[in-house]
Design a protein around this ligand. Structure first.
Ligand SMILES: [Zn+2]
Length: 449
């Protein structure tokens, strides 16, 4: 493990051109219809409760109603990670809505915007390295475009939520708010203006790509002198604030996956309500940026000044190696070596399993001559190689090195120093014209964690 201590002070520099992205993660909304507070009572709707408890016993949950009293509610998923219809109850929940059985039937909605965004874009996270459905693949690195699109996703979701909520009021409570508004001769009678959505809590993440947690340890160092609470649990998450209840902005930082260092702000109370209220995606975009600046500032940092400490490629690869529980040599060979296809047998089963667990290899497709024990490196490996481009420094003269795609080597522009990663290649298997096939790469039992 690299620590700040073993980086000589003279070499501590900040990396100015690192990729960064801003994403919305898990958001909790309150959905309600303001005029109902005046026109219907505050009682528990027994009839609806018993009717729906019979129909959907598993969907009955406890909720706090708007006055913070314990009540009963009903929760339905509104979007799932599955091609099956919602009613099939299959697949991971992307968003859901809970309605209280106590009038005026305030709703609580949850949405995981990382998942929703991936679903809309047709990105399958199971095919990527991280296998989490709540982190975007590392190649999505256009900060502006991504946040723009996320803001559109967010605004659309808020609109949809209004519709779903008004439909649920009809279905569950036989309450048509548009009809009621007309009967009461209210000025606005359309559900879009009758239903209000406010953000109760939101996670807004700044993710630094191609970065490791050690590169931001200076944040912890700076915070130490203050009231920071650092929890050194196994996830290596660092909390920079005491607890969520007392403050509207919580800041924590952790490594979300190989090459993704996440600075996570949880906005609640006024921060979430005011900073994410816009239904206009453009204003929302500006509001999020401003909110992030204010959040960093609260902890004594300037958003635009936050940069990772520059590490050389070697140290970063070491971090990847530890993350994957592989040796540094194998890690280098995987990322920079020339092979696209690898062959495993019984003696290298252990290594194969490690690579599979980290989604670094996949079974070779049948078009290319699928065979027992034959795997190819996953697309994620190429993406990591690209993400690491331009960070590899020459051990001789400290200049940036270029990766030579034909020679599978890093070459120094200044002093011509070379680091070669090529596998010993065998060409006896002529079936794989498109690929180079290699014999088992050696397993290393020593690397354990
Ligand atoms: Zn050099």
């Amino acid at each position: 493990m690299i620590t700040l201590e073993n980086i000589p002070p003279a070499t501590v520099q900040y990396d100015e051109d690192v990729s960064r992205r801003i994403v919305l993660d898990r958001v909790v909304f309150t959905v309600y219809c303001p005029f109902l507070f005046k026109y219907i009572g505050k009682s528990h709707n027994k009839q609806a409760f018993h009717e729906w408890k019979e129909k959907f016993p598993k969907n009955i949950v406890r909720v706090f109603d708007y006055s913070n009293k314990n009540s009963m509610g009903i929760k339905f998923p509104t979007e799932r990670w599955s091609s099956d219809p919602i009613e099939s109850q299959e697949g991971e929940v992307i968003s859901d809505l809970t309605l209280s059985f106590t009038a005026p039937y305030v709703g609580y909605a949850y949405c995981n915007f990382n998942r929703l965004y991936m679903k809309q874009k047709g990105i399958n996270p199971y095919e990527d390295t991280y296998k989490f459905t709540n982190v975007l693949p590392i190649y999505l690195n256009d900060e502006k475009e991504l946040l723009n699109e996320m803001c559109v996703t967010f605004s659309d979701h808020v609109q949809e939520l209004k519709f779903i909520y008004s439909e649920y009021l009809k279905k569950i409570f036989d309450l048509d708010i548009e009809e009621l508004a007309r009967d009461l001769e209210l000025q606005e009678t359309d559900y879009t203006s009758l239903v209000e959505v406010s953000v109760k809590q939101a996670e807004v993440d700044v993710e630094f790509l191609g970065c490791d947690q050690v590169q931001f340890e200076y944040i912890a160092e700076t915070r130490k002198s203050n009231y920071m609470l650092r929890c050194g649990d196994w996830t290596q998450t660092e909390y920079y604030s005491k607890n969520l209840k007392s403050i509207p902005i919580q800041f924590k930082r952790y490594q979300k996956g190989a090459g993704i260092n996440r600075h996570e702000f949880t906005w609640s109370k006024d921060a979430s309500r005011n900073w994410l209220k816009f239904e206009d995606p453009e204003l929302l975009y500006e509001s999020i940026l401003l909110g992030i600046s204010e959040s960093y500032l609260k902890y004594g940092f300037q958003f635009e000044g936050i940069r990772p400490i520059k590490l050389d490629g070697e140290s970063l690869l070491q971090e990847f190696a530890e993350w994957w529980k592989l040796s540094l040599d194998i890690t280098k060979t995987i990322i920079y070596g020339g092979a696209t296809v690898v062959k495993f047998d019984r003696t290298t089963k252990n290594l194969r399993e490690k690579l599979q667990r980290n989604n670094l290899i996949v079974k070779l497709e049948s078009d290319f001559g699928q065979k027992r024990g034959i795997y190819r490196f996953s697309d994620a490996v190429e993406r990591i190689r690209q993400a690491l481009n331009g960070i590899y420094r020459c051990p001789e003269c400290n200049s940036l090195m270029d990766y030579d795609y034909e020679e599978f080597a890093h070459v120094c522009k200044r002093c011509n120093h070379r680091i070669s990663y090529s596998f010993e290649r065998c060409s006896h298997d002529t079936e794989f014209v498109k690929f180079e096939t290699i014999e088992p790469i050696e397993d290393d039992e020593e690397v354990k964690k």
